[in-house]
Design a protein around this ligand. Structure first.
Ligand code: ADP
Ligand code: MG
Length: 267
C-alpha cells in the first residue's frame, strides 16, 4: 500500500524495532473500555517530538494512563491512529514498535534472580552481552554499586541477595530499558503530591535519562512538570490545554489552580 512505502521512507526499521525520527503522535483517538458507559478518550490528538520530554497532567480518571497505553500500542482504539513520523502504524508493525518502547512503573517488578538477568530481561542467558549490561548499568548510574558486590553481575536480588532501595530499583528498570536500547520511555509518577520520597526518584530518573530517550511522564508534581518541554492537560477524556509550563499557566485556569495548590502544600 501507499502507507507502507511512506513508512519505509520515514521510519527507520531495523530488526531491533521501528524508530520514529521526528514524532510520536495520536490522531483523533477515541477509546472506550469494554462495557463502559462513556469514552475514556474522546477524540484526542497530540504529537511528541522525538528527543523531547512530555508530561501528561490532569485529575484521576481523566485518561492519562489510557492515552499512554494507546501510545504503547497496548490498547487498540475504536477510532483514530497512532502515528510515527506522521504515518499510521500498521498492524504488522506493532511488534516492532513494542521493541522500541519501555515503561518504568511506580512499583517495579524485579525477578528474584541476579542483577544480570534483571537487566537483560527476557534474553536467553547464552545471548546476553555482558559488556552491554555494564554499559546499561553505567548509564543508569549503578555500575559502581554493582562492581562492589561480592558476585558482581551475578549477585542475586531479593531474599538471599542485596535489597535495593526504591531509587535503585527504578534505576535498575532504567538499565533494563537502556540494555534494550528503548527509544520511547514512559514513567508513571506516584499519585500523591505529598509523597516526596518518590518525587526525588522520578526527578533523578529524568536526569539520568536526559536526552537519551523520548520520555513521557505521567506527572503530578510541580517539580516534575517544570522539567518537561511540553505538557498535555487531560480532563474527562479530553485534552483541554497543551504547551510549555508558562503557556499553560497563561491559558489554563485549571492548570493554574493545580500548581497554586501544590505550591501551597509544599511550603
Ligand atoms: P488516569 O490515568 O488519568 O487516572 P485512566 O486512563 O486510568 O485515567 O482512566 C480513564 C477512564 O477509564 C476512567 O473513567 C477510568 O475509570 C476508566 N478505566 C480505566 N481503566 C479501565 C479498565 N481497565 N476498565 C474499565 N474502565 C477503565
Ligand atoms: Mg493513571
Amino acid at each position: 500500500t501507499g502507507n507502507f512505502q511512506f513508512s519505509a521512507l520515514l521510519h527507520k526499521k531495523t530488526p531491533e524495532g521501528i524508530f520514529p525520527l521526528r514524532s510520536i503522535g495520536l490522531q483523533n483517538i477515541t477509546y472506550s473500555y469494554p462495557g463502559a458507559a462513556k469514552n475514556a478518550l474522546d477524540n484526542i490528538s497530540l504529537s511528541i517530538p522525538v528527543g523531547s520530554r512530555v508530561a501528561f497532567v490532569g485529575p484521576t480518571g481523566s485518561g492519562k494512563t489510557t492515552a499512554a497505553n494507546v501510545l504503547l500500542s497496548l490498547l487498540t482504539p475504536q477510532r483514530g491512529e497512532l502515528l510515527l513520523d506522521g504515518i499510521p502504524v500498521l498492524d504488522d508493525e506493532i511488534t516492532s514498535w513494542h521493541l522500541c518502547c519501555a515503561q518504568v512503573p511506580q512499583s517495579i517488578h524485579l525477578l528474584s534472580d541476579s542483577i544480570i538477568s534483571n537487566v537483560a530481561f527476557g534474553v536467553r542467558s547464552s545471548d546476553v552481552d555482558e559488556d552491554r549490561v555494564w554499559d546499561a548499568l553505567e548509564a543508569a548510574q549503578l555500575d559502581v554499586l554493582v562492581s562492589d558486590l561480592p558476585y558482581g553481575l551475578h549477585t542475586p536480588i531479593g531474599d538471599n541477595g542485596i535489597s535495593l532501595s526504591g531509587g535503585q530499583r527504578q534505576r535498575l528498570a532504567l538499565a533494563r530499558a537502556f540494555y534494550r536500547s528503548a527509544k520511547f520511555l514512559i514513567l508513571d509518577e506516584a499519585t500523591s503530591a505529598l509523597d516526596n520520597k518518590t518525587e526525588s526518584e522520578v526527578i533523578q530518573s529524568l536526569e539520568i535519562i536526559g536526552r537519551r530517550c523520548t520520555t513521557l511522564v505521567i506527572a503530578h508534581r510541580l517539580s516534575t512538570i517544570q522539567k518537561c518541554d511540553r505538557i498535555y492537560e487531560f480532563d474527562a477524556g479530553e485534552i483541554v490545554a497543551s504547551g510549555n509550563f508558562d503557556e499553560l499557566k497563561d491559558m489554563s485556569p485549571s492548570f493554574r489552580q493545580m500548581i497554586n495548590l501544590q505550591s501551597f502544600i509544599n511550603h
